[in-house]
Design a protein around this ligand. Structure first.
Ligand code: ZN
Length: 384
């Protein structure tokens, strides 16, 4: 059974929470801010469990849930009546949401029906009532405004936690009504250690740690995909994607990319992405298929960005701290092909492609445009 003290590498954030708890001055609204996959949600859940617990234990000035009371047991069983996990996919359970597709942005109806209308109802089991709102950065102006009054004057028994990857997406009015706790990226060494414990070789662990840039959750997800064993009883599920091989292939093909091959390569990248998504979906059934597909496309785009970033860095300082340290010869070739300024432009273009993925632009088009663009600029470069 998980507890607050078991959360990895977020000592600073947790000590801020502990101080508030010890002083009995828990703010009504928090923003937990930081990258995806560094423990914000886990911390929020364990914090909620502690706030709801009937007899918290306090050892060495560290408060934690007891894990045994009725509240803790119901919390772990996912049926605590005073705990509200609010996420955008609840749309289909709103009054007018039946049959609607999983949303990209955070729908105002979810905020209205699952937060605003529920906050004033008294808790039934615990002293408090806790709301965790995930992906708060996907709330537009309207849902944020709908939440404002609740954040301003919540009932005394109410605690709201907004989980957010980019603070700048939240309105100043939202931010000023909450206490923000920043979660830091996890150090490369700790991630490497964790991946090695999972069974990854030293080289691969180092690569995935650098690639995930401090997001230990993301690194572990990728490691799970990489390390999965085929299930001999189920041949229908198809071959397992090998991420590390895939990234090597992608970088190889970017280095030798020719305009005439761009469309075919786009198709291959899409196939790889779909393979990864299919398997990823099996590991994570809480996320919609559409969101898993988007994530998978983004992994492919991030691999391209990592290669271009390395090429840019290499072009400037011959840096040895490359993400793709294991393919340094390829990065050198790429650096010879793109001058640093040009690599920077291509990185910006690839980030734009990432935004298109979020905006649900046709995926084939995104990959085709991107690869044609990468190939075209090379021709210009050569002719100069
Ligand atoms: Zn308890």
């Amino acid at each position: 059974m998980a507890e607050l003290k078991e959360i990895f590498c977020q000592d600073k954030a947790i000590s801020i929470l502990q101080r508030a708890f010890a002083a009995d001055k828990v703010p009504h609204a928090y923003i937990f801010a930081g990258l995806d996959g560094i423990g914000k949600f886990k911390t929020a859940r364990q914090w909620a469990k502690l706030l709801l617990c009937k007899s918290p234990s306090i050892k060495n000035n560290f408060a934690d849930s007891c894990g045994r009371c009725q509240s803790c047991l119901l919390f772990e069983a996912g049926s605590h009546p005073d705990f509200n996990l609010v996420y955008k996919e609840l749309l289909e359970f709103t009054k007018n949401g039946k049959g609607k597709d999983p949303p990209i942005d955070f729908p105002i109806d979810v905020i209205r029906e699952f937060v605003v209308e529920k906050v004033s109802v008294k808790p039934v089991l615990s002293q408090r009532k806790v709301f965790i709102i995930t992906e708060a950065e996907k709330m537009d102006i309207e849902p944020q405004n709908a939440l404002l009054k609740t954040l301003e004057e919540p009932p005394d028994f109410c605690s709201i936690i907004l989980i957010c990857t980019s603070l700048e997406k939240l309105l100043p009015t939202t931010r000023s009504r909450c206490q923000t706790i920043r979660f830091s990226p996890v150090s490369e060494d700790r991630i490497i250690k964790k991946l090695e414990q999972m069974g990854m070789s030293e080289n691969q662990a180092k690569y995935f740690a650098r690639f995930s840039q401090g997001s230990i959750g993301f690194a572990c997800h990728l490691a799970q995909i990489e390390l999965a064993e085929p299930d001999p009883t189920d041949a229908k599920k198809g071959p397992l994607p090998k991420l590390y091989e895939t990234k090597k292939e992608i970088i190889d093909s970017i280095v030798s990319l020719k305009y005439a091959d761009s469309l075919e390569l786009a198709e291959q990248f899409l196939d790889k992405s779909r393979e990864i998504a299919k398997f990823w979906g099996r590991l994570d059934d809480a996320t919609s298929t559409k969101d898993i597909n988007r994530r998978s496309h983004k992994v492919i785009l991030q691999i391209i960005i990592s290669a271009l970033t390395d090429a840019m860095k290499f072009g400037i300082v011959k840096s040895q701290d490359l993400i793709n340290f294991d393919q340094q010869d390829k990065i050198e070739n790429l650096a010879a092909r793109f001058a640093p300024e040009q690599a920077a432009e291509k990185i910006a273009d690839t980030y734009k492609s990432m935004q298109w993925v979020d905006a649900s632009v046709n995926e084939r088009l995104i990959f085709e445009q991107l690869l044609l663009n990468l190939a075209v600029s090379d021709i210009i470069n050569v002719s100069q």
